[in-house]
Structures are given as C-alpha cells and as structure tokens.
Design a protein around this ligand. Sequence first.
Ligand code: GUN
Length: 281
Amino acid sequence: MSYQLIDGKGIAAKIRLELKEEVDYLIQQGITPGLVVILVGNHPASESYVKGKIKASAEVGIDSQLIRLPAEITETELLARIVALNEDPSVDGILVQLPLPDHIDADRVIQTIDPKKDVDGFTPINMGNLVIGQEAFIPCTPAGIMELFKRYEIDVAGKHAVVIGRSNIVGKPISLLLQQANATVTMCHSRTRDLLKFTQQADIIIAAVGREHMLTSDYIKPGAVVIDVGINRNAEGKLVGDVKFDEVAPLTKAITPVPKGVGPMTIAMLMANTVLAAKRR
Ligand code: GUN
C-alpha cells in the first residue's frame, strides 16, 4: 500500500517563511519580536534543541537571546532572572529549556513566567485556558501536530485517536486539541493494560512514549495515520522514533518520519507563538 510521508521539515520551512513576512511587517511598525531562551547547565539534547530555536529565530527575524546559566545556579537566582525578563518590554517570549537540574523546582520556575510571555504554553494559566477552550498559547509540539493535520487536510473529526503518553508537554495537550477538533480520544500510558487492543482500533495514533521503536506493525490498523513524537538516541547515537518506521509505514495512510517530522514543527510553532506574543504587546 502506498502511504503519504508527512514532511514536517518542509512544512516547518514554509511556516518560517510565512512568519518572516509577518515579522518584516511588525518591524516596520516598530515592533521587533524578542525571544529569550534560558539554558541551565549543558544537557546534551537541550544544547541541540536550543541551537535549533536560536537558528530558527534568526531566519524568521526574531531577536533572540540565549542566556546560559550554570547548573549550580540556585532556584532563587533563576526566579529573579525570570522576574526581570517578565518586566522587560523588549522581551515577548521567555522559554526555560527543560529538564532543569534536580535541585530546582521546574513547576515553580514555569509558574514564575508571565503567562503573556509563556510561548511554550506551559504555565497553569495557559494550560487552564486550553482545557476550557479559551485563548491560550498552545504547547509547541501539539500545536505542530495539529498544524500538520491542517496542512495535509487530515480531518480528525469523528475519528478515533489513540494518544500514547500522558506528559504535560505532549500527551495531555494533544488529547485536548484533538477533542476540540471533534476526535474521539483514548489516552494510553505506561500502565495501560493491553495497549495493542486500543491502538489496533485507532484511526490516528500519536506516539509520545520515548521508547525506541516500541510501536511495531502489530499495533497498527491498516490505513491509520501515525504521528511519531519520539526522539530517542539508539545504540549508534542515531535519532530514532517510537515507531518502527520501516515496517509500520507501508500499513499507514500517512506517517511522520523521525527525524524531519514533528521535531521541526515544534520549533516552527515556537516561532509562531513568539510572533503572536509580539502582536499582542
Ligand atoms: N524540553 C523538551 N521539549 C521542550 C519544550 O518544548 N520546551 C521546553 N522549554 N523544554 C523542552
């Protein structure tokens, strides 16, 4: 069966070009969107993600700044940095790259970010507004997945979507967005019994587990749409998804690869949220 390869990389590049036009216009109006990314310590994966965010900002015309802080920084010092950025009118978006070192309470850090500058959409105000369907910054990975559905004209209404993974960053928000788009959503997670029983009924699978190649062809109903959110490093150091792509892809209607699938969309949506924050200044 032939399947559609969902080109997240290509769509993300297109979105960056569209955003550049918007940013050029904003700059003409005297508003340069500003994004501050805070990296605490030097977690290797975080280094790579942050690099991508700064590079994309430059491409779009967003004035970005990377603040590197030592892993030993105290929580109090980090909170003080965030409070100062909340008060800085040239800063539209504040992103604290996760994970943070163990001695820092990540929830307290997130809750200190001004919700109007929370371009990750992680603060309780934005999360709460998402739950009740009010205007909110939507977390970037789930926003990117919904954008892929839109651009590929994949209608989720009435479909059975199975989300595997219940994280605050992906699983919970994508389940809400899918419900708002009239999908029927089943949430599965590490304690789900008989995962196969659920995925085999799914028209849409969102795999956000973080376990290399755990989704094999047995899990798939022929003709399903499969979105792979996993970013895992295999034994050879290569990036691999949660889905065993080679055996699953031929069964699907459409599927995202890893890399070049959801990952670039996450960054594109961060750019979109930052532009939105600047417009709301
Ligand atoms: N770590 C992994 N993904 C993300 C993300 O989307 N935002 C932040 N701030 N940290 C992350």
